[in-house]
Design a protein around this ligand. Structure first.
Ligand SMILES: [Fe+2]
Ligand SMILES: [Fe+2]
Length: 461
């Protein structure tokens, strides 16, 4: 068993699935115990060591896998149980599965990292009781439309939610223009297919009730820490999870304003960006392409923080304090735009008239001022917020500072957000070349920064 983590037990005789598992690059690390029959499974369950999770093909123990589920509970009562599903679906209802303490169903094909992720989610230490209590106060019913208004809901990204096995939250879909239908009740078994069918119809966001938001954020933080701390989970899943946490944190900031609690949340996200960058191989493009695809769906603050975090690390800013400064500056750089007109948030001066442009150009100062009154913020963060649009070519704003006068963190944030916007623009206009755009802007930044940028983010030849 690897690295102090118990092995999962896999009970299945499906040759195709088992071969694929064996070929999985993380097989050696996981060392799952694979058995092919009910008898072998019982021997393994009785045999001393505790498993991290038990994964059963229900076909091997008629009816519906129940005898094996019961044996698992008998010998390893606290280990989470999952069913493996191939072509045929289980005939057990969600209620029956819940009674049998089945934690989820994994649909083939999937790899070992899906198994690890399923296990990690069951180990959540966040305050699930509070989440379920909040949900218990909700009178809405699955399959029915909610009477609450649009303002009572917050969106979450559907594709990241899909990773879940059972939900601690009531989940809704939006039916345009502004109606909400509950599709999953907190505490119920996660019905992956149901949500997949919405995804296939083009649904990108699911919705939570606003009162559940903070609890959901706790859940995301907890899950992110677990996923990042586990060597067997793929970088792709890690990137997705950190992105999701960033978006939820940005959402939280938007809805609850700036407070010490928002700052603490942001620090949590920044720490997860640092942990993520430790796993990223900056010299290989492999994990990076997944990351870039993700970028388009991210909030501006989230994406900027992630790019700035990676760039900062590459530039040797890896001490705890400097990581926090770069990350916090990335996350809060546009806080001054928060109370300005919505279209300012696109940060495109072409959309603004002279008057608007003047107001827009004050957002770095407004942002810095907001932070002067917030406890626990490093002055370097405030300065970076104030200077993130300054350029060493002295054509930035608000102060037209030139080379030598600009805080390095501000430059890192500045180049990062430029890239984020270029990638986003490329996603809607394929003729727009983000790398050409960056190339044109490189002389606006200190050469160590633009050199590092080129080395990390430009396609490798
Ligand atoms: Fe920005
Ligand atoms: Fe800005």
């Amino acid at each position: 068993m690897g690295e102090g983590v118990n092995s999962p037990l896999i009970v299945d005789s499906d040759p195709e699935f088992l071969v694929a598992l064996k070929m999985d690059p993380s097989f050696k690390k996981h060392q799952p115990v694979v058995v092919r029959s009910q008898t072998e499974a019982i021997t393994a369950l009785k045999g001393g060591g505790e498993f991290s999770g038990i994964f059963i093909n229900p076909k091997l123990a008629a009816p519906h896998g129940i005898p094996l589920i019961q044996e698992s509970i008998l010998h390893q009562p606290i280990v989470p149980i999952f069913l493996l599903e191939g072509f045929t679906k289980t005939e057990l209802t969600p209620e029956e599965l819940k009674k049998l303490t089945v934690r989820g169903i994994l649909k083939k094909p999937f790899g070992l990292s899906a198994i690890m992720q399923a296990i990690l989610e069951t180990q959540a230490t966040f305050d699930a009781k509070t989440a379920l209590q909040i949900a218990a106060r909700n009178g809405d019913k699955v399959g029915q439309e909610s009477h609450s208004s649009e303002n009572d809901f917050v969106p979450i990204l559907a594709k990241h939610f899909l990773a879940g096995t059972s939900s601690f939250f009531d989940i809704y879909v939006k039916i345009p223009p502004g109606r909400f239908l509950m599709i999953l009740h907190a505490g119920d078994l996660f019905q992956k297919e149901r949500i997949e069918s919405y995804l296939s119809k083009g649904v990108t966001h699911l919705y939570l009730k606003k009162e559940a938001q903070e609890s959901y954020l706790n859940y995301c933080q907890d899950l992110t820490a677990r996923i990042l701390g586990n060597n067997e989970v793929s970088t792709e899943i890690k990137v997705g999870q950190v992105s999701n946490l960033g978006n939820e944190t940005a959402q939280f900031m938007r809805l609850s304003g700036l407070s010490e609690s928002t700052v603490t949340r942001a620090q949590g996200f920044v720490t997860s960006v640092r942990d993520l960058s430790k796993h990223m191989d900056l010299d290989s493009n492999k994990n990076f392409s997944a990351f870039m695809n993700d970028l388009v769906s991210l909030e501006h603050a989230t994406a900027t923080t992630m790019i700035a975090g990676i760039l900062g690390k590459f530039l040797g800013m890896s001490a705890e304090k400097s990581v926090q400064i770069v990350g916090m500056a990335g996350f809060f750089h546009d806080v001054g735009l928060q109370n300005m007109p919505e279209k300012f948030k696109l940060e495109d001066e072409k959309l603004l008239n002279d008057e608007e442009k003047k107001l827009y150009r004050s957002h770095p100062i407004v942002g810095a001022q907001i932070f002067m009154g917030v406890k626990g913020i490093d002055p370097a963060v405030i300065q970076a917020i104030e200077q993130h649009h300054e350029r060493r070519t002295a054509d930035g704003f608000p102060a037209r500072l030139g080379a030598g006068a600009i805080n390095r963190v501000a430059e890192i944030v500045g180049i990062s957000e430029l890239y984020v916007e270029a990638i986003k623009r490329h996603s809607t206009d394929k003729t727009y070349d983000p790398f050409k755009r960056m190339e044109l802007g490189f002389n606006s930044f200190a050469s160590p920064i633009s050199d590092a940028f080129r080395r990390i983010f430009f396609p490798k030849k």
